[in-house]
Design a protein around this ligand. Structure first.
Ligand code: GLP
Length: 241
């Protein structure tokens, strides 16, 4: 695991965008793993800027979202499908048909999860997976206790994660209890993983997953076993290392 400490979120976004730009130049039909939350937003801002100003081309790229809420109506502003569309897909020239999200509204969630795994595989697997990290060390929505070998499945959010994410909704009651998320095994299949985190509220999680034992209690710690994991953090997030 390579840990890089950078001065601020903009610099982190630029370094992650550098990796994505280099990938797209090498492999124009690359498969990108897309994350939500506030941490990846500077990456999407930077990619959109490079697309507009320098013609960075996403026309042959594919995208797969990490996770999705269960129970939000299709088109809900805070569904991750909509967030990815708003923050990323609509701002670059990626073909919307090539951008996929887990289907949190499926009648048969189990079948939808299996289908999602198949779709990732048939696209050739994820080349570069963007990740944030939750305050409890979750990646995607793999809460503490997630199997290190897990695949895409339904999960129940812990109360802290619902509280953390309540800022995107008008009240905590609106935050769904259930989600569909790529598993830790799914995430580990990505060829390169780039995790970004900023702020003192992430310091404990960063310390646990970078320096602690590999354990299902801290889902992100599985990345210690990944052959190509890059962790981009600011001084505050690095303050407990
Ligand atoms: C959510 C997402 C995660 C994200 C986490 C942290 O739980 N499912 O993918 O990493 O939030 O979000 P933020 O970057 O806003 O702190």
């Amino acid at each position: 695991m390579e840990v890089v400490i950078l001065p601020d979120a903009a610099r982190i976004g630029a370094m992650a965008a550098d990796a994505i730009e280099a990938l797209l130049k090498r492999k124009p039909d690359a498969v990108l793993g897309l994350a939500t939350g506030s941490s990846p937003l500077p990456i999407y801002d930077e990619l959109a800027r490079r697309h507009v100003e320098n013609g960075l081309d996403f026309s042959r790229a594919h995208g797969f979202a990490l996770d999705e809420y269960v129970g939000l109506p299709v088109g809900h502003r805070e569904s991750y499908r909509e967030v990815i569309r708003r923050e990323f897909s609509d701002r670059v020239n990626i073909d919307p048909r090539n951008v996929h999200s887990p289907n949190g509204a499926a009648e048969d969630i189990l079948a939808a999860c299996e289908e999602y795994e198949r779709a990732i595989k048939s696209a050739g697997g994820v080349d570069l997976q963007i990740l944030g990290v939750g305050t409890d060390g979750h990646i995607g929505f793999n809460e503490p206790g997630s199997s290190l070998a897990s695949r895409t499945r339904i999960k129940t959010l812990i109360e802290q994660t619902r509280k953390d994410n309540a800022r995107f909704f008008s009240s905590i009651e609106e935050v769904p209890h259930h989600v569909v998320t790529q598993g830790l095994g799914t995430i580990m299949d990505a060829r390169h993983v780039v995790l970004v985190a900023t702020g003192a509220q992430k310091a404990q999680a960063v310390r646990d997953f970078v320096e602690g034992p590999v354990s299902a209690i801290c889902a992100a710690s599985v990345l210690q076993l990944h052959p190509h994991a890059t962790v981009l953090i600011d001084e505050a997030a690095a303050s407990s290392l």
